[in-house]
Design a protein around this ligand. Sequence first.
Ligand code: PFF
Length: 427
Amino acid sequence: MAAAGSAVGLGNIWKFPYETGANGGGAFLLLYLLFIVVFGASLILAEMVLGRASGQNPVGAFRSLGGGRWPLVGYLGVFTGFVILSFYIVIAGWTIAYMGFMLDGSLISGDAESIGAKFSAFISGGATPVLLAGLFMVATVIVVLGGIGKGIERASKLLMPVLFVLLLVLIARSVSLPGAGEGLRFFLVPDWSKVDGGTFTSAIGQAFFSLSLGMGALITYGSYLPKTTPMPGSAAIIVGLDTLVALLAGFMILPAVFAYGLDPAAGPGLTFVTLPVVFSQMPAGAIFGFVFFALLFVAALTSAVSLLEVVVTYLVDETRLTRRPAALIAGCICFGLGVPSSLSQGAVDIQIFGMDFLTAAASLTDLLLPIGGLCTALFVGWKLGPKSVALVTNNGTQRFALATVWLFILRFVAPIGIAYVLISGML
Ligand code: PFF
């Protein structure tokens, strides 16, 4: 459940709809699903195995099971954790503001244009979004310091079904708007003329990001698993839940985008502009809106906890730091990196690689996560080899019907497929 909480987050509800919108719709969706099916479940299982077999953080796991230069893969994961968390807290901070905007009514009246203008004014406002990112970082540190979060796990068990129901209500609202059919067509019918190498990179990056894959989050969580937990089933549940929530978010946002004449390629603001318009035009919209952003906040928190947990377990295991200073230091560094991300949304012109800082950080993770996944596949498929099947099945005491397919994917399909996608994207 904690791993599912890590997977389901802003990636599903904020990133997936805008990436789909920016990358031409249906064709992106198909590529994303393809990558989830072919690489997703197998690599999740690979990471969990590394964690459970070693009982360690990503760096320690690669060191104790492989030695040599393999720990570099773990270091890459810890670095990726910093990069993701730095912009994740910025978007999560927006969800805090939105709870307020729903309650005070300031974003719940008006048409798409005026709501879009208010959103832009808010994110370019300088101090407020930065402070909210900081507040979210503090919340994440508090949860991580309370252990792996019994409370948060219990809360998300309760809240996930509520989020699910709310998504269904909003989908019903969105698809029944006049003009929604155009959005459904955009989402579901592939237009291959819009696909290029960049679409492939975005789709694979989105698949990994959404599944929390490629940076050792699942190694870290796997290290807490008892030897008796059947892992293939857990991996399948994580993939199923995560993909379902992303699809629901697509059905919630994209029909409304077309119905209201918004630009599907608008980028990171898409969810944050479209939903308030939906809430503005439904009965008790302010209450629905508040509950929705509160749930999104919790979903983001359970994901952020897993990101920080990777960094903290690394610091605790590999340095002299204890948990408390490790979490505080990591939190401060992530917040420090988050400040330019937040400011780059209109307050200050901070560009890197020709993109604003936040977009650059998000694009970098689209590259780093698949690279981490590729290395993990090579490690489990070749370095551990058949031994990894024994580790999954707890020395043959548990069933794993697809062991041969799994090993084949890790040895051949994932390394060749991921390398092909990344290289074609760069070219
Ligand atoms: N999967 C999370 C989401 O979809 O919001 C983001 C994430 C969490 C990515 C943890 C990577 C990770 F290790």
